[in-house]
Design a protein around this ligand. Sequence first.
Ligand SMILES: [Zn+2]
Length: 91
Amino acid sequence: MGFLKDKHDLRLINNIPATPGMCMTCGTEHEPELPHNRQSLFYQYKFYDKYGRWPTWNDAMEHCSDEIKALWKEVLELVMKEQLEKGAKDD
Ligand SMILES: [Zn+2]
């Protein structure tokens, strides 16, 4: 680990556990077969420190079945479409 240190001279405090009962990877509550919460800062900083880049939704659902990935992509597309339409109305 160490992209935060190498690139930004920052260091995560080692071994900060997720809150008990929460996912150990993203620190939020979800079923193990579902994607990690890509928007969780806990997840984003741990991922960045390990890989030197911010996680994508593809990273967050890497461990999921193909069926879950397909469903999740549909949901994300709907949400993005809704946000685009909302943005267009607000302009
Ligand atoms: Zn998770």
